[in-house]
Write a protein that binds this ligand. Structure first.
Ligand SMILES: NC(=O)c1ccc[n+]([C@@H]2O[C@H](COP(=O)([O-])OP(=O)(O)OC[C@H]3O[C@@H](n4cnc5c(N)ncnc54)[C@H](O)[C@@H]3O)[C@@H](O)[C@H]2O)c1
Ligand SMILES: O=C(O)C1=N[C@H](C(=O)O)CCC1
Length: 250
């Protein structure tokens, strides 16, 4: 059986360097390129890459995906910074490149995917819900892509259930004291040396609270999800948002 030809973009970064090792170690994949900042994207086509793993920065990801989709190269994207406008642009590119697949995963770790699912399930049963994400201080974006997605899923579940707005009597607050508002869900971002990627969803009701917490302790936590994405994306044309679509999570 021929191996899938894979390239990594952001290959010298924290997660990219781990992804290079994971692809190299996979029997069914062949690492054909490992590109860093300043390297030419044409290398991907010259190397015959069939799929890329995109782990760069919010400032770089759109240019990289424009190139990949135009060349029919499938992409598994962990880079953050997704907005409705960016997703619409990517969808237009994909419409013009039938058969090309892109997976964007706000988080590749199974525990984080489950946290999002459990939080959305629980959200309708509690009056209050807030998200706290905690990351290493080298992270360039806040709140995290995972926290943003978690809050969006919570808000959608509450809207579907007809939940009332959250109680909050705050009349005066310092800027930022109540976090960022993501679809009505407060999201708080902590940056602390020693941390990697962590998230708590705090839910509160009359006389009780529920906390759902996930900790990524090493970048290896993201590798099974990345490899699953690479193996599935080539046979899943168009845009897939969220690793949960490649998991049997019922
Ligand atoms: N989805 C997930 O599960 C997951 C997990 C961890 C990190 N991330 C995300 O992945 C991204 C990278 O995170 P990190 O901690 O590895 O950051 P990092 O800064 O360590 O690595 C990013 C790398 O990309 C390189 N780069 C920048 N522009 C490039 C370009 N045009 N072409 C090739 N390389 C380029 C940088 O030089 C750097 O080496 C961030 O957006 C982060 O939020 C996602
Ligand atoms: O370390 C990072 O940066 C991470 N980014 C993703 C996010 O923003 O949610 C996933 C977790 C790690």
């Amino acid at each position: 059986m021929s191996k899938l030809r894979v390239a990594v973009l952001g290959a010298k970064g924290r997660i990219g360097s781990e992804a290079v090792r994971a692809v190299e170690a996979a029997d069914d994949l062949e690492l054909v390129a490992a590109l860093g900042r300043g390297d030419k994207l044409e290398t991907l086509a010259d190397a015959g890459a069939q799929a890329v793993v995109e782990l760069t920065t919010p400032a770089s990801v759109m240019g990289n995906l424009d190139f990949c989709v135009r060349h029919g190269i499938h992409a598994v994207v962990g880079t953050t910074g997704w907005t409705d406008e960016r997703l619409a642009q990517l969808t237009t590119w994909l419409d013009n490149s039938p058969g090309t697949g892109v997976l964007i995963a706000p988080n590749f770790s199974i525990g984080a995917v489950l946290t999002m699912k459990f939080a959305a399930q629980a959200a309708r049963y509690f009056e209050s819900v807030e998200v706290v994400e905690l990351h290493h201080p080298n992270k360039v974006d806040a709140p995290s892509g995972t926290a943003t997605r978690t809050a969006q899923l919570i808000a959608a579940a509450r809207a579907e259930a007809g939940s009332a707005p959250q109680p909050d009597a705050t009349a005066t607050a310092l800027d930022g004291a109540r976090g960022a508002d993501v679809d009505g869900v407060p999201v708080h971002a902590i940056r602390l040396r020693g941390l990697l990627a962590h998230q708590e969803v705090l839910l509160g009701g009359e006389g009780e609270t529920l906390t759902i917490r996930h900790d990524s302790l090493h970048h290896s936590s993201f590798m099974p999800g990345i490899l699953l994405g690479v193996r599935r994306v080539a046979t899943t044309p168009g845009l897939t948002f969220g690793l949960e679509h490649f998991l049997d999570l019922n």
